[in-house]
Write a protein that binds this ligand. Sequence first.
Ligand SMILES: Nc1nc2c(c(=O)[nH]1)N[C@H]1C(S)=C(S)[C@@H](COP(=O)(O)O)O[C@H]1N2
Ligand SMILES: [Mo]
Length: 367
Amino acid sequence: MWDKRSDMVVHEVDPYNAEPPPEAIADLPLTPTDAFYSRNHGPVPDIDGRTWTLRVDGLVGSALDLSLDDLQRRFEPTTVVATLQCAGNRRTGLLAVRDIPGESPWSGGATSTASWTGARLADVLRAAGAEPEETAHVAFEAPDVSRDAHPAQPYGSSIPLAKGLSGEVLLAWQMNDAPLLPVHGAPVRVVVPGYIGARSVKWVQRVTVQAEPSASYFQAVAYRLLPPDADPANQPGRGFALGPVALNSDILRPRDGDTVPAGSTEVSGYAYAGEGRSVTRVDVSCDDGRTWTQADVAEPDGPWAWRLWRSVLDLPEGRHRVTVRAWDTTGASQPESAASLWNPKGYVNNSWARIELRAEAVRRACL
Ligand SMILES: Nc1nc2c(c(=O)[nH]1)N[C@H]1C(S)=C(S)[C@@H](COP(=O)(O)O)O[C@H]1N2
Ligand SMILES: [Mo]
């Protein structure tokens, strides 16, 4: 389905919501496109790039209507490696605390990394005559209508104008050096490095500079962090809108519950910190966090990419719980428990990652 591997973990067929099995993305700086998670709130639209246009309007000097050809020729193409992480990534940890009706049980695979090529949103906004305005926002609109929203409405969201003018945000038409697939937003999507995936609007057809954040359900109601006792029903403006991704990490290999040979076992995964921070260290514990050793952390593919880490553990025969946590440049680390993070929509589980392993003595077969 949708040009994905056959072993994707499909949370929903329609709209299509799927994450890769952890081993499909482990140890790879760039996630192959056929393994990249996909999160959709409505049906995937089929848009003809030859007739698609982008409207740029709002608080700009002169509104623009750009064809794909205009976008590709008038603006210098840029390539950025960026990790996308859904705010629902690792929701299973929150679901283990308490039920979250109506939300998919994402594991740690709602995080993937690709190289994205497109025009800088900043260049397009400047061509339209947008002036830096500290309190303004850039809103994005797409045509896919979601029944998750109340009332049912097309997908939309916004980011601060300052981020939009930073040169980091792309209007991308390529992913991993190939034209965007329909499921990832063809012909053009927004890529907002360092922000939750929800802000990287797919099938974008309108960019509006405005004084207020987007009034879309996906900015004003969903993708907001509510206190644990809040009613998650349709109440625009409750809690706060999520933007920059919180420091997070996960273990991708081996799998939770695996049996491994006693002795040395390599464990690996990712760590990621969004806008404004980066991962500085990853720790691994085999005694529930009493003692920690530092994992080997690979250099990332640029400032917006996850950091892959690995650690070789020496596991005697028996059961083991392996725990991982990362640190960022502000000195912040991840919270210990998902119970302390539970919220009604199940966003931002960035508690310590844990897997259970059973180490078994290696039996040599007599051949
Ligand atoms: N138009 C549109 N854009 C969208 C969405 C959507 O449903 N419709 N989902 C968002 C969410 S919540 C995420 S996490 C990312 C997922 O991008 P992907 O499917 O390319 O992985 O797209 C974002 N952009
Ligand atoms: Mo998301």
